[in-house]
Design a protein around this ligand. Structure first.
Ligand SMILES: Nc1ncnc2c1ncn2[C@@H]1O[C@H](COP(=O)(O)OP(=O)(O)OP(=O)(O)O)[C@@H](O)[C@H]1O
Ligand SMILES: [Mg+2]
Length: 1026
């Protein structure tokens, strides 16, 4: 049972509500538009041709349908094939699959789908696979020779086909038998506009290589052959050349030998070439019109190819031998008659070739006798045809469909009836149209139309189509399903759709008007004996075998059965066959005339639904009970409707169903309880049940959602809670651990300190402060000298020591330099200059070394006046100190303040701090200083400067080393000149254009105190240092 809530429209028309033509059409259309091409009527499947490849076939879908029963999945041809195959395999019931529908509705495709499904699911193994392959490969061969492009279908089967596939007891295929019905042989010689001849002709010309074409004496150009319609040489989407190769391959797979394939192609070529044999008018000596062959070349080639005497063939085509028991009379044929004979021969050869191919395939796929077989028959037969001009062919086709409808109704009703009987339910009679009366009209042995036709064909005297019609009119004038001009006129009716040469039959599927023209001829289906005899004479083995009646030894004067009689008997055999099997129906519907996807023409479909009897089918199906289902699946589906059966039910299935339905307000007439199934009368009840189920499902879904959500929240909460507890436990633990660690470390440190302190305190009792270090150094040195140095004699490392010492030294110097601030660097630089100038030269130098150079010895900060003096643009004062000036005239000493800036030496008085002398450093030419402890020095000035003109200046400084060093540096910075500092005891100073010789001597007491006594004697100044 399909899930109604998920379906497009209804999947089973039995459930259609309201049941009428309109809703049936709408349902099919809705489904078709949603690409749901399959719909059920019970176990009958309706298939609407999609005209496009839908993604619903192939191994995946086969596997899916294999595992489900019929109603569990969407309607599909695989479901039907599966049901048929399983019933065949498991219940040992022979099956037949009857596929009907009009041309282009998809019968052949459906039959191939069924075959491919069965091939996929039935047994496996090397032998089995070969059989499968042979069965499947029979399709392309039969399609090449029996299919053609028509206006309605590019791949229209022009013959009816019934194929029995035979299986062993395990369900593995053993082989099969193909029966073919009524090939449309007239197509060989003539096609309607827009149609083609049989595919094989085009395939042969397009696919054969040059060698083959040459061997067959064929041209590749289609327009060379009168039997081929050159207008439509190609069909879109069909590749004749590759199909030809596929057909050759398929023939090989089936078991055709190479020789056989060659012969088949030769006979095919022969038919083509026969069409090109042109007839021409000739006259006999007595003036009677006769005929001859226009161009002997063609017939010559035919003769050569099949080993025939071309003259004999020509004779057979242009004349006719009438044979009676006593004599033979030869009559000549006129051109029309000769052409007719030629075409008849071509049609006959092709028809016989087709039959031979079918028989040859059967030979390959036949099953050995004696094996117990199960059979599945697949019938792909032309559907009901109503053309504009209906002839003998339509008549027999429609007769066949009439018979199929009869089987269908009888078997459907029979099956229905049997089911009720099996289930023990009273059978209600179903009103349906029984088409037995129409079948009788056609097939009755003495009074049927076919019998009349045969009678007319065999009757001596003048026979024509019109005498046949007259006979029918007379016989069936009162028949309710027969109409003709005569019967209408008898009822004073006038209908211009019916011609004088027509009769009409009211088939179950609609009224069809047949034109009797050609009925007699087609029914006779005779080939002149001359032709069959000449064909028999051919050395070509295949052609020879096709015309056994041409053997003069076996020639009989007995007429072969007529076409109508042959067809009737083959239909009878088919019916017998079908009645003996379990039928499965596929009703194919063509949605539009244009072979277009997605187009649904309601007008076209309604006609087909009528003659397929779909509505009738549904009515029959619903006559008793519209719906039935086994108790178990029914209970499974609806047990949720009752609290007694949901969620648990321990009782039997039937009791459970009764419980469920007992609680619902369903009238008792609606239900019938069979032995294994529940029957429901109208679809309304089922829909009611479905609706209830739907509601209940919603409730249950909500309940499930509720429970699920609650459960999810609860578990989530519990998980969160657990996690939270875990996290906080870990956090607390961690915090405590850390705290403890800190505490422990602190305690240890305190302990260590205390212990250390205690120990030190203790030790201090025994050692003086600093003793530890001394002791350690002592121990270290003694270890080194005792152990380390003694290891190596002192002479071991002299060179390395020499190398390493300066390295160590410079490294330590660098280390020392790197840590110096710029100010310290400056100070050290000054010290360096000082050492360069005075080291080893001046006695007071060593004392100046450890004393840092301060520069300011007068307190510049607290002396605004000096600051004002200093306010030149020369930056900070380098040196400010109180000095003593020696008067060069008398040797007296007076205090002065000396400021050394970057550019000048300024000398002020000590009270008012006014500049007395300002000497530019560029004016200082030289400095002389004594080597003793004293601070005396002389600034020798350039005479050319204004200040220098007064003479040199003699000063005493307490920081003479610092002052002169700074001056030296200032001069160097200002003038890039190295100030010459001369350390000497004797030097001369200029004074008022004279020179005073200064001599410094050491006093008796000795150095130490920087006290000077200056005595001037003439031009000599003696300075004593005490
Ligand atoms: N199930 C399908 N899926 C896709 N295309 C399909 C299907 N059935 C039929 N067709 C298309 O419709 C065309 C006609 O189908 P098919 O030859 O089976 O018709 P038919 O009923 O056998 O006609 P005829 O009576 O003329 O032989 C196919 O060639 C194919 O293109
Ligand atoms: Mg077909």
């Amino acid at each position: 049972m399909p899930l109604l809530e998920d379906t497009v429209g209804v999947e089973d028309l039995v459930l259609l509500e309201p049941l009428e033509e309109k809703s049936l059409l709408e349902n099919l259309q809705l489904r078709y538009e949603n690409k749901e091409i399959y719909t059920y009527i019970g176990n009958v499947i309706i298939s609407v041709n999609p005209y496009q490849q839908l993604p619903i076939y192939g191994p995946e879908f086969i596997a899916k349908y294999q595992n489900y029963t019929f109603y569990e999945l969407k309607p599909h041809i695989y479901a039907l094939a599966n049901m048929a195959y399983q019933s065949l395999r498991d219940q040992d019931r022979d099956q037949c699959i009857v596929i009907t529908g009009e041309s282009g509705s998809g019968k052949t495709e459906a039959s191939k789908l069924v075959m491919s499904y069965v091939a996929a699911v039935c047994g496996k193994g090397e032998q089995v696979n070969l059989v499968k392959e042979q069965l499947l490969q029979s399709n392309p061969v039969l399609e090449a020779f029996g299919n053609a492009k028509t206006i309605r279908n590019n791949n229209s089967s022009r013959f009816g086909k019934y194929m029995d596939i035979e299986f062993d007891f395990k369900g593995a295929p053993l082989g099969g038998v193909i029966t073919n019905y009524l090939l449309e042989k007239s197509r060989v010689v003539k096609q309607l506009q827009g149609e083609r001849n049989f595919h094989i002709f085009y395939q042969l010309l397009a696919g054969a290589d040059a060698q083959l074409l040459k061997a067959l004496k064929l041209e590749q150009d289609i327009s060379c052959y009168t039997y081929l319609n050159p207008e439509v040489s190609r069909i879109g989407g069909m590749d004749d050349a590759s199909n030809f190769r596929a057909v050759q391959r398929a023939m090989t797979v089936i078991g055709f030998s190479e020789e056989e394939i060659r012969q088949v192609l030769e006979v095919t070529a022969l038919v083509l070439k026969l069409g090109n044999v042109e007839m021409t008018d000739e006259f006999q000596a007595n003036g009677i019109p006769a005929s001859g062959i226009r161009n002997g070349k063609g017939i010559q080639e035919i003769g050569e190819m099949v080993g025939l005497n071309s003259e004999e063939l020509e004779r057979a085509l242009c004349s006719r031998t009438m044979e009676t028991a006593k004599e033979k009379v030869v009559t000549v044929l006129n051109v029309i008659q000769a052409q007719y004979a030629r075409d008849a021969l071509a049609k006959n050869i092709y028809n016989r070739l087709f039959n031979w191919i079918v028989n040859r395939i059967n030979e390959s796929i036949k099953v050995g006798t004696g094996e117990k077989k199960k059979v599945m028959g697949v019938l792909d037969i032309y559907g009901f045809e109503i053309l504009e001009d209906n002839s003998f062919e339509q008549f027999v086709i429609n007769y066949c469909n009439e018979k199929l409808q009869q089987v269908f109704i009888e078997l459907t009703l029979k099956e229905e009836q049997e089911e009720y009987k099996r289930e023990g339910i009273a059978w209600t009679k179903v009103d349906y149209f029984d088409n037995g009366i129409i079948c009788n009209l056609i097939e009755h042995n003495q009074r049927g139309i076919l019998a009349m036709l045969d009678e007319e064909c065999l009757r001596p005297g003048v026979v024509s189509d019109s005498t046949f019609l007259a006979k029918l009119n007379q016989l069936f004038s009162k028949h309710s399903h027969y109409e003709s001009k005569v019967t209408q006129n008898a009822q004073r009716q006038y209908d211009h759709t019916m011609g004088l040469s027509c009769f009409r039959i009211c088939h179950y599927a609609g009224k069809v008007t047949y034109n009797v023209a050609g009925f007699i001829d087609k029914n006779n289906d005779l080939l002149f004996r001359d032709l069959s005899q000449v064909m028999w004479k051919a050395r070509h083995p295949l052609l020879h075998s096709l015309f056994p009646e041409g053997n003069p030894k076996e020639a009989s004067l007995k007429r072969p059965p007529t076409a109508g009689a042959q067809f009737k008997s083959s239909v009878a055999i088919l019916m017998k066959n079908l009645y003996s099997k379990n039928p499965n129906y596929i009703r194919c519907i063509k949605p539009n005339e244009n072979q277009q996807r997605g187009q649904f023409s309601s007008e076209l479909v309604v006609v087909q639904t009528r003659y397929l009897g779909l509505l009738e089918n549904v009515r029959v199906r619903r006559a008793g009970y519209a719906f039935r289902q086994g108790y178990k699946p029914f209970l499974e589906r609806y047990r949720l409707l009752s609290p007694c059966t949901w969620p648990y039910w321990n009782g039997g299935d039937r009791e459970g169903v009764e419980k469920v339905l007992g609680e619902l307000s369903i009238s008792s007439e609606e239900l019938a309880y069979g032995k294994t199934k529940l029957f429901i009368k109208s679809p309304k009840t089922l829909f009611y049940l479905e609706e209830k189920r739907h509601l209940r499902l919603q409730q249950l879904a909500i309940l499930i959602q509720k429970v699920y959500r609650g459960w999810r929240c609860r578990t989530h909460y519990q998980l969160m809670r657990k996690s939270q507890i875990l996290i906080s436990a870990w956090f607390r633990g961690n915090k405590q651990k850390k705290h403890y660690g800190k505490m422990k470390a602190s305690a240890l440190r305190i302990q260590a300190f205390v212990r250390g302190w205690k120990a030190r305190k203790n030790y201090r009792k025994y050692f003086r402060s600093g003793a530890t270090l001394t002791l350690a150094n002592f121990i270290y040195r003694s270890i080194v000298s005792t152990w380390f140095l003694s290891l190596f004699p002192s002479s071991t490392f002299p060179s390395s020591t020499m190398i390493l010492t300066p390295v160590l030294c410079s490294s330590q110097c660098k280390k020392f330099r790197d840590q110096l601030s710029p100010k310290q660097v400056q100070t050290l630089k000054e010290k360096l200059y000082a050492s360069e100038l005075f080291k080893g030269k001046k006695a007071s130098y060593p004392q100046s070394v450890p004393v840092p150079f301060r520069g300011d010895y007068v307190g510049l900060q607290g002396n605004p006046k000096l600051q004002k003096l200093q306010g030149r643009d020369e930056g900070p004062v380098l040196m400010a100190e109180t000095v003593k000036k020696v008067n060069r005239g008398n040797g007296k000493i007076s205090a002065r303040i000396l400021l050394l800036t970057k550019g000048h030496v300024i000398i002020t008085d000590t009270k008012k701090f006014q500049a007395q002398t300002i000497i530019g450093l560029d004016s200082v030419a030289e400095v002389s200083v004594s080597s003793l402890q004293d601070g005396l020095f002389s600034l020798h000035l350039n005479e050319i400067t204004s200040v220098g003109s007064k003479g040199d200046i003699l000063l005493i400084s307490d920081h003479v080393v610092e002052l002169l060093t700074k001056m030296y540096q200032a001069v160097l910075d200002a003038t890039q000149r190295q100030l010459s500092v001369t350390v000497t005891e004797k030097f001369s100073v200029r004074f008022k254009d004279k020179s005073v010789a200064v001599k410094v001597i050491e006093g008796p007491v000795g150095g130490g105190k920087n006290k000077l006594i200056c005595k001037k004697k003439g031009s000599h100044l003696e300075v004593t240092v005490q």
